[in-house]
Design a protein around this ligand. Structure first.
Ligand SMILES: NC(=O)c1ccc[n+]([C@@H]2O[C@H](COP(=O)([O-])OP(=O)(O)OC[C@H]3O[C@@H](n4cnc5c(N)ncnc54)[C@H](O)[C@@H]3O)[C@@H](O)[C@H]2O)c1
Ligand SMILES: [Zn+2]
Ligand SMILES: [Zn+2]
Length: 442
């Protein structure tokens, strides 16, 4: 064991308690940044919806737009030449290679392999995205381990927090331009016509395609997304910093909304030092909540308090987490609990400390786990227990807007896509604080 450096978004390098050599190696190779965006980078076109803005009126974009217009017009005419032009509206866009680097999982429980694979072509209602950065979520590790009761595509390119630039689009896509910044999120596509889709519960669609699970995701340089579902990323947002919003940020933002917690109330966040947890602290603070962070170890304590948590409870050293959480919320217990950990214990404990009439939101997905609550308490204390699963397209837009406004500055560490396996190894050991983001160019 040797001392390591833990690099947080501030860019400060601090010596913390000893951790394993793999942490050291990864930390050394990580390019660390917490920069969201500088004011000079803010463009005039807030989210590039304004097609008459200066950015859209530059020559190259005019050429690209006219290329796609020709392609779309041609598609309507239906000639063979026209169809060929329409199928791949890249005329003035960047050259698209036929091969690319990707991390591929060949077998359940195996190691990911960094190798060259073909660049996919978008279908009529899809876009091809040059992925620049992708966050690494614990869900990606569940996919590798195959520990959920849901089949994984094999071979698989994982990843569902991919931020990049549109380089090609199918002939039915009219509202995403080549050059737009978009994100691959967990929900890659859904049928858009079933009852759940009609009610904006797209993640509950029986036909849902899941990025990096049932379809290839963002641990590759070029990924496909359904145009209707890709996240629209404002151009002023740094693509590395915004990547974790596409799952971690979106998921915890929606879960906080589902909890019904109001400004001034208390929320306990279990798993607060991890990826989802770090973002949950920031969203909760931006919503005016008091935050009680629950996680283990000094590195996570320091990170949670730095991100704005009012109290930290250490599940590894506390003699009575229930009593500590109650005390931190003034005795009555927190109004809301977000269960974000990938372990079962917090799911068994939350009903003991949540306030009467409070809400427990289950988000983490530990394998083979159960939620436990005494029926008597649940009834006479009117405890609400619910699940929350990512978010819909509107939740995505709202979560991104919190980020765009500068409220969300959780720590992330950038490493090359080549180092994905090392990130999985650290995550398996519970040693990831905040989020790792992979750079697909390295
Ligand atoms: N519901 C959804 O839509 C959704 C979306 C994304 C991720 N997830 C799931 O959420 C879980 C967390 O994902 P992540 O990327 O944040 O993982 P992560 O590994 O980054 O963080 C998990 C955190 O939980 C902490 N933890 C472990 N045991 C604990 C305990 N007993 N008490 C308190 N904290 C404990 C760990 O120390 C770690 O900091 C995963 O199971 C993932 O699959 C669900
Ligand atoms: Zn995720
Ligand atoms: Zn549907």
């Amino acid at each position: 064991m040797v001392p390591t450096t833990t690099l947080l978004r501030t860019g400060a390098v601090r010596t913390l308690r000893p951790v394993s050599r793999s942490t050291v190696a990864l930390a050394r190779s990580a390019r660390v940044t917490g920069r969201q965006f500088s004011s000079s980078q803010r463009s005039l076109c807030a989210n590039c919806a304004n097609k008459s803005c200066a950015r859209h009126n530059n020559t190259s974009n005019r050429v690209r737009s006219s290329a796609s217009t020709i392609a779309n017009t041609a598609a309507v005419k239906g000639s063979n030449v026209a169809k060929a032009a329409a199928a791949y509206a890249t005329a003035a866009g960047p050259a698209i290679p036929t091969e690319q680097w990707a991390q591929v999982l060949e077998e359940k429980g195996g190691k990911v392999q960094y190798k060259k694979i073909p660049v996919p072509k978008p279908g009529p209602d899809e876009v091809l995205i040059n992925i620049k950065y992708s966050g690494v979520c614990h869900t990606d590790l569940h996919a590798v381990n195959g520990d959920w009761p849901l089949d994984v595509k094999l071979p698989l390119v994982g990843g569902h927090e991919g931020a990049g630039v549109v380089v090609a689009r199918g002939e039915l896509v009219h509202d995403v331009e080549i050059g737009d910044h978009v994100g691959i999120k967990w929900l890659n596509g859904s049928c858009m016509s079933c009852e759940q889709c009609r009610q904006s519960n797209e993640s509950l669609c029986a036909e849902a395609a899941l990025s990096g699970y049932t379809v290839d995701g963002s641990f590759q340089q070029y990924a496909i997304g359904k145009a209707a579902h890709v996240a629209r990323i404002p151009k002023e947002c740094d693509l590395a910093a915004v990547a974790p919003i596409l799952c971690a940020g979106l998921t915890v933002y929606k879960a906080l909304k589902s909890s019904g917690a109001r400004p001034g109330q208390y929320v306990t966040i279990a798993g607060a030092g991890g990826g989802l947890g770090s973002y949950a602290i920031q969203y909760a603070k931006a919503m005016g909540l008091h935050v009680i962070a629950l996680d283990g170890g000094d590195e996570k304590r320091e990170s949670c308090l730095k991100l704005g948590a009012d109290t930290f409870v250490d599940f590894k050293t506390s003699k009575d987490t229930v009593a500590e959480i109650r005390a931190a919320s003034g005795g009555a217990g927190p109004d809301a609990v977000l269960l974000l950990a990938a372990s079962e214990k917090p799911f068994q404990e939350a009903s003991q400390y949540v306030k009467s009439k409070g809400t427990i939101v289950c988000v983490g997905l530990p394998a083979n786990a159960f939620v436990k609550a005494p029926v008597f308490d649940t009834v006479v204390r009117e405890i609400n227990i619910k699940g929350s699963y990512v978010g819909n397209r509107q939740d995505t837009a709202e979560a991104l807007d919190f980020f765009r406004q500068g409220f969300i500055k959780a720590p992330y560490k950038i490493v090359g896509l080549t180092e994905l396996q090392k990130v999985y190894d650290l995550m398996q050991e519970g040693k990831v604080t905040g989020r790792y983001v992979v750079d697909t160019s390295k």
